[in-house]
Write a protein that binds this ligand. Structure first.
Ligand SMILES: CC(=O)SCCNC(=O)CCNC(=O)[C@H](O)C(C)(C)COP(=O)(O)OP(=O)(O)OC[C@H]1O[C@@H](n2cnc3c(N)ncnc32)[C@H](O)[C@@H]1OP(=O)(O)O
Ligand SMILES: O=C([O-])CC(=O)C(=O)O
Length: 371
């Protein structure tokens, strides 16, 4: 029984949520380019959960339900205040807060389909509040309540900064949320599905998924891209520094992908947003460095930029702290995790692959005094 390291190329489930075929990404059959250019994040969440785009009335109702559910228990806010905020990574705080939200949901362990959908809505609504509350508390500020007349994207920026965002910021942030919402059987989504396939609850599935997204080979790469760009410091230093990293066998964050070979279709949208926003905010050097690095890695290693590469300079231009980049990924991707969790429950089977045993065989047990 030979093993496939990293389960590369293994098809582990059927799904009707998103697909990647020949480097083309679709959500429920809609091309990511159409959705990124035309839709609100709320429409995309509705699409992922209902397998159809909403009518205007359905969308209005969905937006109202989301905003009405954004509040979080005061105990969770108090808990966020109790950490040593100088050492706790926001992803660890979000992971723990999401797990804690389950303790305050009376339907946490109710496994009926309708109850699971209600929990999905609550989680989607509350994660932005957790992330922004953490970010504000850390900066010595009180959390801000959402505004009823703002979109999901605008509310995130409003709750983060305590002031109404500019239209261009909302447009960019909405597009980033749309682009990150779902991605077939990526590591965090697979984690969520494995967890709930034991018939564990929605909160456990999302908590597990956040843990998987946190790692630098997955969602955690966007923060590391910004760290790398900051360290490199100038456009002139970009290639010499990348060459050094490659010589030291370091991986270049935001580059490469398990599935895409010729390019991640989300990257071009983020590249363009990075160009516009860095120019507008006086951070063009990060865009220029990114272009040089992308071209160099493509030419020398044949690797394309992934979704995390340009999202770094986009979020930096929006004035977001670098360690909040991955939590933002979670604010969007929770929509996909929840769609997959509901799909898993609907036609469940325990996920339990095998391991190829390569350890010692036929050992003879010795009593402890003889070892
Ligand atoms: C949202 C997301 O999760 S997108 C991915 C975010 N992660 C990153 O950006 C981290 C950097 N990238 C990587 O580590 C990888 O490209 C992954 C994890 C995304 C995909 O990895 P895998 O499909 O397992 O490829 P693997 O790590 O085996 O790499 C294959 C070869 O390409 C090289 N390679 C892959 N990515 C990179 C990179 N970013 N920088 C330098 N070399 C790389 C590897 O060193 C390896 O070379 P070798 O065969 O000479 O040893
Ligand atoms: O699909 C993957 O392996 C990683 C990725 O790009 C994502 O989760 O968006």
């Amino acid at each position: 029984m030979a093993s496939t390291k990293g389960l590369e190329g293994i098809t582990a489930t059927e799904s009707t949520i998103s697909s990647i075929i020949d480097d083309k990404l679709t959500y429920v059959g809609y091309d990511i380019d159409d959705l990124a250019n035309n839709s609100s994040f709320e429409e995309v969440v509705y699409l992922l959960w209902n397998q159809k785009l909403p009518t205007q009335n359905e969308l209005n109702q969905f937006k109202t339900e989301l905003i009405s559910n954004m509040g979080i228990p005061s105990e969770v806010v108090d808990h966020l205040k109790s950490y040593d905020l100088s050492t706790v990574h926001p992803m660890a705080a979000v992971r723990t807060a999401v797990s804690m939200l389950g303790l305050f949901d009376p339907e946490s362990d109710v496994m009926e389909e309708e109850a699971n959908k209600r929990k999905a809505l609550r989680l989607q609504a509350k994660i932005p509040t957790v992330v922004t509350a953490f970010a504000r508390i850390r900066n010595g500020k009180d959390p801000v309540e959402p505004k009823r007349d703002l979109s999901f994207a605008a509310n995130f920026l409003y709750m983060m900064n305590g002031k109404d965002p500019e239209d261009i910021e909302v447009e960019a942030f909405n597009k980033a949320l749309v682009l990150h919402a779902d991605h077939e059987l990526n590591a965090s989504t697979f984690t969520a599905r494995v967890c709930v396939a034991t018939l564990s609850d929605v909160y456990s599935g999302v908590t597990a998924a956040i843990g998987a997204l946190k790692g630098p080979l997955h969602g955690g790469a966007n923060e590391r891209v910004m760290e790398m760009l900051t360290e490199i410091g100038s456009v002139e230093q970009a290639i010499p520094e990348i060459e050094k990293k490659l010589e030291n066998k370091e991986k270049i964050m935001g580059m490469g992908h398990r599935v895409y070979r010729n390019g991640d279709p989300r990257a071009k949208h983020l590249r363009e947003m990075s160009r516009e926003l860095t120019e507008l905010t006086g951070h063009s050097k990060y865009y220029d460095m990114s272009i040089k690095i992308e071209d160099y890695i493509k030419e020398n290693k044949g690797l394309p930029a992934n979704v995390d590469f340009y999202s770094a300079s986009v979020y930096h231009s929006l004035g977001i702290d670098h360690d909040i980049f991955t939590p933002i990924f979670a604010v969007s991707r929770v929509s996909g995790w929840l769609a997959h969790i509901l799909e898993q429950y609907a036609d469940n089977r325990l996920i339990r692959p095998r391991a190829e045993y390569v350890g010692p065989k036929g050992q003879t047990y010795k009593p402890i005094e003889e070892r």
